[in-house]
Design a binder for this molecule. Sequence first.
Ligand code: ADP
Ligand code: MG
Length: 731
Amino acid sequence: PVDRSPEIQEARLKLPVLAEEQVIMEAVRENPCVVICGETGSGKTTQVPQFLYEAGYASGSEIIGITEPRRVAAVSMSHRVAKEMNLSTRVVSYQIRYEGNVTSDTKIKFMTDGVLLKEIQKDFLLQRYSVIIIDEAHERSVYTDILIGLLSRIVPLRNKKGMPMKLLVMSATLRVEDFTDNTKLFRTPPPVIKVDARQFPVTIHFNKRTPMEDYTGEVFHKICKIHRMLPPGGILVFLTGQAEVHNLCRKLRKAFPYRKGNTTTETSETMRKFKKAKQKKTVSLPRIDLDNYSALPVDEGDEDREAGIGDEEDEGSDLDIGDDPASIEEKADPSIPLYVLPLYSLLAPEQQAKVFRPSPHGTRACVVATNVAETSLTIPGIKYVVDCGRVKKRFYDRVTGVSSFRVTWTSQASANQRAGRAGRTEPGHCYRSGLLNCDVSSHVCSQSEILRPSKKINALVAAEQLLVSLGALKEPPRTGRVKEMEQARLSCPITPLGRAMASFPVAPRYAKMLALGRQQDCLPYVIAVVAAMTVREIFEDLDRPACSEDESSKLIQRRARLTQMRRLWAGQGASLLLGDLMVMLGAVGACEFAGCTPKFCEENGLRYKAMVEIRRLRGQLTNAVNAVCPEVGVFVNPKMTPPTEHQVVCLRQIVLAGLGDHLARRVQAEDILDPKWKNGYKTPLLDDPVYIHPTSALFKTLPDFIVYQEIMETTKMYMRGVSAIEAEWIP
Ligand code: ADP
Ligand code: MG
């Protein structure tokens, strides 16, 4: 029996999913797979694992596993569930790539998709688990797709062997038919349980004059107005990235400073101002219209939107806010403090936890978030949502291997999700920029994102091809018949190299480097480089715009310092040819030597969080290597000396073995027909040239043959993580 506190019990009873406990548990008992759909905040993530626990799914030696696409969610949800159940984190635990608190007492385990995938590689039948919940299936990370594909095969296998296992798929969107009706996945479609969310109406206000570029300025305006004019209630703001979140937080804190202890009187001040505004003219809230917005209830079709505009204009002037926004917003107003909190996935967990706590008495909470707050985390007490209408996405082209970050319009579905965050506890408002200007392509794109089995199978095929090309799997027999090919795939003959690779918790390309790293005592270097490549983005983004002159001069200094350090870490002569990987190696070594302090990172343009993560991963990889071949006896040496010339040559070959499919050849002068090919490189898959980035250690060297870690498309197609290789090494 679970011993919950009365407050927790009361809070649980308000969650819509609780009303469905019996229906859900009965469906789980009677079916191998069950799908649960319910609005964000309906209690799926926190409650369903508890239902299963109380129904005895973790009473034997087997445990309950739940996967999250985001690390933040895995960590914070495990803590929350432990707290709700009054159990220790030894029992309700989490595991993300390089850290976790799982013990032999663990009964409920939250993990990232990648962690579970790794476990499947070790034990295809997942015998530790009595049930697996795939949470946030609507997020559709590549891993989620692969996992559902694999689990839909594992579950019947387990049943056949008389050790039944259950699969639950949970999603915040209702469009699951494409997937449940897919007979390749499920011979009989699994039952879908829809949880009715107790959602209060949210009035959506569209901005007619959305400036194309300055949406953050627009958002700032909006928040200022809400805070000055509208009754109490938390504000949740959606922006596209961490840098934007920080900038806006800074501006808001400046505009409405909050200091401990200065709040009691201002509440009344806020209320006084609000009442004063109200006395002038009675305002009924749902009709309040700020600026050039028009109001429409949630879920009205796109085409109605145009018609709605103009109907209810000018209501905003009731509030007498004046025409010149600058005059009211630039002045700091400490009389109405705003409790501003950032929220994004790389934020430290202690900082993240703040959004769940009530804001200090007499302040209004304002959470400035990236889209982690869209579905993964439900923030309490939100009455107003300000949505910039955009999202930053990492685009990865599986065919060409090019990644890029792009800010695009949000899909209608996510716009509704975001708006819905405002109506959890009482009727709310959402102020949205941009959807009017929305181009069709983003809608098309969001349509095609709906769960489709072909994508899943494609991802599996691509993953398998990579493993075959790396030598981890033997080529499956090509019978040309889809069904047999799929069966062959499930019993893929794994090679000895593949078996060695499977013990390393990193991507297959890097696992291969580790498996080959013993030669010439290169392992400590390979481990450090692989850790750095896995964590990625180890250098601070010093190209970001500065917010003040002071910051600008600091940025210039740090840029100069980082350039200098890069040159130093890259070394000279032979070691220079290892290129950016040598720079990473130098950075990791130097940072560890200095004790991996925030100060060292700050001074040398390294991201502290990344360096801490690399440190942990280095430790973990070192342990993994020792477990596979104890005779090597590697250890993390805080005073690692740079590799010798011989070792550098060996390292370059190891890197080639792992990144062999990421080969590029410099375009020779005589082949340049088009000027854009000058200094360009040709890769097998792309028609267009790719380039070495100016910050790369090899920018001036321009070797004839190189391998790269990845291609990022920014202003040009740039290769990242470049090393030079010799023509005669190419197989
Ligand atoms: P869903 O998975 O359906 O989106 P959740 O189970 O995540 O819903 O959330 C249910 C409720 O639990 C929400 O009201 C949310 O605010 C609350 N909650 C989640 N985490 C915490 C936390 N750390 N502290 C307080 N409340 C929380
Ligand atoms: Mg959830």
